[in-house]
Design a protein around this ligand. Structure first.
Ligand code: MLT
Length: 405
């Protein structure tokens, strides 16, 4: 057999697997329990409306009339319509149920969607970035070789305080540009004007934008776009991925969705091809979708009662974020994000590098965070904290951190 060298030669471990490995190694000898502000995993229990839907659905599946087998490839129509009614209609974005694809996660979709493009498509990302985008394209052989900490064929758009974490569009031609806003890992957002600049650039250059909106539920400023389709013309060049993981506590339940407008088309061998039709073709061959009870639960999260309940959970996480920002700024640290996103991005104090700061917090404060360098070269010297733990744990983590800074 001949192995996939692109997969076999990936550098190191996946970021969160590497953190889990280091934490496990340390945990047995730790002098007190660890507090996790590392991976963005939610902690609040499922909202009552979601639990009720799951219970009712379990009963329904146990009856001859209510039993369901394979779900429709693209997702149940009731969920696709609920997504349009709850997430897009209020923004003034008109979509058809045919343009929504239900899946088990935004990570799954953002990793798989490049299959729509040529095998040697050129890819651009912001830096720092959610590492799954890079790994998926590296495994497919699109990024060339990894040398001196960089991929030879990957175009990177560095983000830092100098450009307000809002880079210019790529200056070299690319086929695919990943954007994630509210941003993971920096917790920053793009204004409507900055996002429009990317959309205009993509329309002029024929670039596909893959817009990861997994954290849109955390946007508190009404002037900040929650969907790329709020920008005129985006339906011609953008795919949007969204998730119930962080908006309704579904990291364990698994449900997400991707929007591919029918207007999104490209030339292939002299004819216009719809990316929506291509994706439909691809998922029919590759997957059997999300279980009926989970899709019912996701629809319950979008019902008026469900929305009010999950909004309260988001409020709790955003209070945590505010508390982290206030405490660390009060300690004199340079802090970004945490206002329209559940992530806080901070400069490691005293010139430490990201992993040195990780080790300091782990060994002296028993607090787990995420080293910024794990998200790319521009993350070196930075550190990410999540707001997804409980208020009590967040408070205790801050007290422990302030004692060792
Ligand atoms: C993160 O911590 O960056 C996210 O939780 C990872 C994910 O959503 O897969």
């Amino acid at each position: 057999m001949r192995l996939n060298a692109h997969l076999a030669n990936l550098p190191g471990n996946y970021l969160f697997a590497e953190i889990a490995r280091r934490v496990k190694e340390y945990e047995a000898a730790a002098p007190r329990r660890l507090i996790h502000l590392g991976i963005g995993d939610v902690t609040q229990p499922l909202a009552p409306a979601i639990v009720q839907a799951l219970v009712e659905c379990a009963r329904e599946m146990g009856t001859a009339d209510g039993f369901r087998g394979y779900p429709p490839d693209q997702g149940h129509p009731f969920l696709r319509q609920a997504i349009i009614d709850a997430d897009y209609a209020p923004l003034g974005v008109a979509l058809d149920a045919d343009e929504v694809f239900v899946s088990d996660g935004a990570k799954t979709d953002t990793s798989a969607l490049p299959e729509l493009l040529a095998a040697d498509a050129r890819v651009a990302i912001t830096d720092p970035v959610y590492p799954a985008y890079i790994d998926a394209n590296a495994m497919a052989g699109r990024l060339g070789r990894h040398a001196n900490g960089a991929w030879t064929k990957l175009v990177t758009l560095p983000c830092s305080p100098d450009n307000g974490f809002a880079p210019e569009p790529p200056s070299t031609p690319v086929d695919l540009l990943y954007l994630c806003y509210p941003n993971n890992p920096t917790g920053t957002v793009l204004t409507r004007e900055r996002l429009a600049r990317f959309v205009d650039h993509a329309r002029q250059t024929g670039t596909l934008i893959l817009f990861d909106a997994a954290y849109k539920a955390y946007v508190t400023d009404p002037s900040i776009p929650r969907s790329i389709y709020q920008i005129e013309g985006a339906e011609n060049i953008a795919i949007e991925c969204c998730s119930f993981s962080k908006s309704a506590g579904f990291t364990g339940m698994r449900c997400a969705y991707t929007v591919i407008p029918r207007a999104l088309q490209a030339e292939l061998e002299g004819r216009r091809v719809s990316l929506n039709a291509l994706w439909k073709r691809r998922i029919a061959s590759r997957q059997n979708g999300v279980s009926y009870p989970v899709q019912r639960a996701a629809a319950a999260a979008l019902s008026p009662v469900g929305q009010a309940q999950v909004a309260e959970q988001i409020r709790v996480y955003m209070d945590n974020a505010r508390r982290i920002v206030t405490a660390l700024e009060g300690a004199g640290l340079q802090v970004h994000g945490g206002i329209n996103a559940p992530y806080v991005w901070l400069r490691a104090p005293h010139g430490r590098d990201s992993w040195q700061f990780f080790d300091l917090l782990l060994h002296q404060a028993q607090v787990v965070g995420t080293p910024g360098s794990g998200f790319g070269p521009s993350g070196e010297g930075y550190f990410r904290l999540t707001a997804f733990n409980t208020p009590d744990n967040t408070q205790e983590a801050l007290e422990r951190m302030l004692a060792v800074l």
